[in-house]
Ligand binder design. Structure first.
Ligand code: TXA
Ligand code: MG
Length: 337
């Protein structure tokens, strides 16, 4: 990556603009956390509702207290193991963090990306960068610079080139809450770092912890039923023996009964009859499958098919597949069993 482009991106950020930033998970739409104009532009460019908080990206774990009020022991241990990398930790926020970033919550999501271009950009900006995935709200996340460009054609977003995102799905989001002597953890979004990885790491470091289920939806905003949707309907089918004709008629019937949108995300429906269905085939390795999933969704959505189908196979039931299936289920307009 040319230093010149990093410099240009840092200047745009300093002028309150947003910039497309490659990371190892997905590409982000970045703005400086200290410039409200840039932060607002993230929401307007993405057409994202203001209730959905943003993740703040720092260059190094030693910068965490520039955004978080505390860095509890469990978070330190996890940072040592997984930062830089695909783990976002939700920590108590500092009072001076713009509430637009945190959607008014008293916590902030923090992550240290490992991608060298993201690293260089954060360091050139000299300020942490807030960045959600660089896609229109509810739609498929981008894993190449061209995905970002095609997402924001009218907005003409400047995008730094960083190749294909190696992980391909968003970071694991882990809420960390210290309550007295107890550390409570909740995985708010599954990702490449698994709950079992977190358990092992903390046990090895003899940090006491407890996983708790978050029941209060306000603690975990932005986790909609539908998300990541491609431009044509994706159908997840768990019945591998169903004939294509039966599948087509079930899809049409079921989708016609569904509302136009759910939780502000428009449900994608076929334009008329279903003439052509394309199958989204996944590699047998779940890490490789996650890497290509969003990209493949975009390619197939433009293949001239009226509808996409992905078959859930019995091999897809292990913990390693769960983070990808979380995306597949949300990207699907419909699940047929
Ligand atoms: O891998 C990633 O995390 C990518 C790259 C660009 O870093 N970013 C990303 O951001 O996926 P976004 O905005 O698409 O998803 C972040 C999610 C939000 O939907 C929100 O639910 C959760 O993280 N989040 C952020 N701050 C939070 C907070 N303070 N409390 C609870 N959840 C939070
Ligand atoms: Mg996103």
């Amino acid at each position: 990556m040319a230093d010149q482009e990093i410099k240009q991106a840092a200047e745009l950020l300093a002028n309150g603009q947003v910039v497309g930033m490659p990371t190892e998970t997905v590409y982000g739409l970045a703005a400086r956390i200290d410039l409200p104009e840039g932060i607002r532009k993230i929401f307007t460019t993405k057409e994202r509702p203001f209730f959905d908080p943003l993740i703040v990206h720092i260059a190094d774990a030693s910068d965490v207290l520039s955004v978080a009020a505390e860095f509890p022991k469990a978070a330190k241990v996890l940072a040592e193991k997984y930062w830089p990398g695909p783990l976002t930790m939700i920590l108590p926020k500092r009072a001076d963090i713009n509430p637009m970033i945190t959607a008014g919550l008293d916590s902030v999501g923090v992550r240290v990306p490992s991608h060298p271009v993201a690293q260089a950009l954060i360091r050139a900006a000299g300020v942490p960068l807030a960045a959600p995935s660089a896609n229109k709200f509810g739609r498929t996340s981008p894993t190449t610079a061209n995905h970002v460009r095609s997402e924001f054609i009218a907005e003409k977003v400047f995008v730094l080139e960083g190749g294909d995102s190696s992980i391909g799905i968003e970071s694991t989001v882990l809420l960390i809450k210290v309550v007295g002597a107890q550390t409570e953890l909740s995985v708010l979004r599954k990702g490449h770092v698994l709950r079992s990885d977190i358990e092992t790491t903390l046990r090895e470091a003899s940090v006491p912890f407890q996983f708790v289920d978050v029941v209060d939806k306000n603690v975990s905003p932005g986790h909609m039923k539908h998300h990541y949707m491609p431009a044509i309907p994706l159908v997840l089918c768990t019945d591998l023996s169903k004939s294509i004709e039966l599948l087509k008629s079930e899809i049409l019937a079921r989708l016609s009964e569904m509302p136009g949108e759910i939780e502000e995300v428009k449900i994608v429906k076929p334009k008329g009859e279903i003439h052509k269905i394309s199958e989204l085939l996944l590699p047998t390795d779940p890490v490789l499958a996650a890497r290509i999933f969003y990209s493949e969704l975009r390619v197939l959505a433009k293949s001239g098919a009226d509808c996409l189908v992905l078959y859930k196979r019995s091999e897809h039931l292990s913990e390693r597949w769960q983070s990808l299936y979380d995306r597949i289920e949300k990207a699907a307009s419909l699940i047929i069993s």
